[in-house]
Design a protein around this ligand. Structure first.
Ligand code: AMP
Length: 213
């Protein structure tokens, strides 16, 4: 199955993608994670991506598509993928469509994870993450143990783009560039909605119901 999770920043795409990947036995492909790994490794791609990410802006389409294409051609992706955070623009969606057609594949479902802006700000401004195992925490609802990750013992941090000014910019980018994908995929007949409630188990269940797994 090829699945794509669509939704505003903080909708819970990453959290749900990890669980769905385990359940379906296919990898999560997160462009945000790939960029962050490159930033950490101080690569040329990382330097370029960082100049956009730190401002809450989208990395250019061609650059982003190239890394997704490479990733999709890797062996572990041959039985399906969970796309998390890609595509984020109509141009990226068109490129993916063409590429999938070329290699004889298609998106089966696009899950539109629905959340309102106020919830996004409340979630992201209090979010902390473990850079080692990617576990996500919330200072009020799912706190880490002090500064330690309850999953792997790593030191949790705040993502530099999870500060209010950048969150607002990311939301703006979402509404302007990414939200039009809802109509785009609705017209293709593959869009399903999943309400992103604060209870993570329930939110995941909503998605599982939407795709029938
Ligand atoms: P995420 O981890 O999905 O929240 O992504 C973090 C940041 O990486 C975004 O705010 C963008 O700056 C960048 N990014 C991730 N995915 C994409 C994409 N598909 N297109 C452009 N920029 C992206």
């Amino acid at each position: 199955m090829n699945l794509m999770l669509l939704g505003a920043p903080g909708a819970g795409k990453g959290t749900q993608a990890v669980e769905l990947a385990k359940l379906l036995g296919i990898p999560q492909v997160s462009t945000g994670d790939i960029f962050r790994a490159n930033i950490k490794g101080n690569t040329e791609l990382g330097k370029l991506a960082s100049s956009y990410i730190s401002k809450g802006m989208l990395v250019p389409d061609e650059v982003t598509f190239d890394i997704v294409k490479d990733r999709l051609l890797q062996d572990d992706c041959k039985n399906g993928v969970i796309l998390d955070g890609f595509p984020r623009t109509i141009a990226q969606a068109d490129m993916l469509d063409k590429f999938f057609a070329e290699i004889g594949r298609k998106l089966d479902y696009v899950v539109n994870i629905v959340v309102d802006d106020a919830a996004v700000v409340a979630r992201l401004s209090r979010r902390r993450i473990c850079p080692d195992c990617k576990q996500s925490f919330h200072l009020d609802f799912a706190p880490p143990a002090g500064e330690k990750c309850t999953n792997c013992g790593g030191t949790v941090v705040q993502r530099p783009d999870d500060v209010e000014e950048v969150i607002m910019q990311r939301l703006q980018e979402y509404h302007k560039q990414t939200a039009p994908l809802v109509e785009y995929y609705k017209e293709k007949g593959i869009l399903v909605d999943s309400e992103s409630v604060n209870d993570i188990e329930q939110a995941l269940q909503n998605t599982k119901n939407a795709i029938g797994v």
